[in-house]
Design a protein around this ligand. Structure first.
Ligand SMILES: [Zn+2]
Length: 312
């Protein structure tokens, strides 16, 4: 078996310069948690003198809400967060994802899998070998993960991270049995195709990162730099977007929303006190942003009006 977990560095170099991105899924309106990722990724890109792109990750139609992508883009425009390139939608990029899967299949790094969730119950949902009792008309495609496969990387906010992908994740899905592309594959293909150098996103995706690095290596793509921002949670500690507390932002009041996100990113609230208007606030934020102050811990939000409660 070809080892998909080489210990040597990624074969391709990260492009020079800085290009970040914000990549929301259109499963609802922009809320306090997604604003943190949007503003945080914008600030880090601007602090580096780099570009900031937006990609709509609309790969899962059953979970999507009609009109949500347009409302998210309107919200970003209202907040003064304008991307430096035309917005890309994953739903129109199936050909690129198919090409990547075809390469992995041809190299023996991916395989067709007929296993159902029920088949994998005995192994805790982790796939290490095919145990399907029935062949499906449309199998899933999985990446084969070597028996010994620990991926390590340094996150700019959280420091050194490590995951035993074989034991904790197993062979993972690239194309689902229902025909939809898996998030892991699409993100890796798009980040490389768009020349993204820095991935800044919520910490809920921290445990996806080793899978994405493994996939980058299998495809010979560069591994971007990673920074995972603190999650905004409700009082019970649930991720905000999955809870009833995920109220949409009040777009009539972009300044309070940006100030709250600024404080949640651990920044000095006095720095923006005198800023007038959205452009003024963003200019001040760009000047005064200190990446070292970004907290590692999750941040709880009150259930209304996107008011953050910042831990002392
Ligand atoms: Zn299988």
């Amino acid at each position: 078996m070809i080892d998909p977990c080489p210990s040597e560095p990624a074969p391709a170099a990260v492009p020079s310069g800085y290009r970040g991105r914000f990549a929301p899924s259109p499963t609802g309106d922009l809320h306090a948690g997604s604003l943190l990722a949007a503003f945080g990724s914008w600030l880090l890109a601007r602090a580096a003198g780099g570009e900031w792109w937006v990609r709509i990750e609309d790969l899962d139609p059953p979970r999507e809400v009609a009109g949500a992508a347009e409302r998210q883009l309107d919200a970003l425009a209202n907040l003064g967060l304008h991307p430096d390139a035309p917005v890309v939608r994953q739903s129109g990029r199936g050909e690129l994802y198919q090409q990547a899967v075809d390469r992995l299949l041809a190299a023996g790094r991916a395989f067709a899998c007929h296993c159902s969730r029920t088949d994998l119950l005995a192994s805790g949902g982790i796939h290490r070998q095919c145990v399907a009792r029935i062949r499906r008309p449309r199998p899933a495609i999985r990446l084969r993960v070597a028996d010994v496969c620990r991926i390590e990387f340094v996150d700019a906010v959280r420091g050194r991270q490590s995951q035993d992908v074989a034991a904790e994740v197993g062979d993972f899905v690239l194309k689902r049995a229902d025909g939809y592309w898996a998030y892991q594959l699409a993100v890796v293909v798009d980040d490389a195709a768009q020349g993204i150098t820095d991935v800044v996103r919520g910490a809920d995706l921290l445990d996806s990162t080793p899978r994405q690095i493994l996939l980058q290596r299998a495809l010979g793509l560069p591994t971007p730099h990673y920074a995972h921002l603190p999650l905004v949670t409700d009082a019970a500690g649930n991720k905000l977007s999955k809870s009833d507390a995920a109220d949409p932002l009040d777009l009539a009041r972009p300044l309070p929303a940006l100030r709250q996100a600024w404080r949640a990113l651990g920044q000095d609230s006095a720095a923006l006190e005198r800023a007038i208007g959205v452009p003024g606030l963003l200019a001040a934020a760009r000047d005064r942003f200190d990446p070292q102050r970004i907290p590692k811990a999750a941040i709880s939000a009150a259930s209304h009006n996107t008011v953050f409660t910042i831990p002392d």
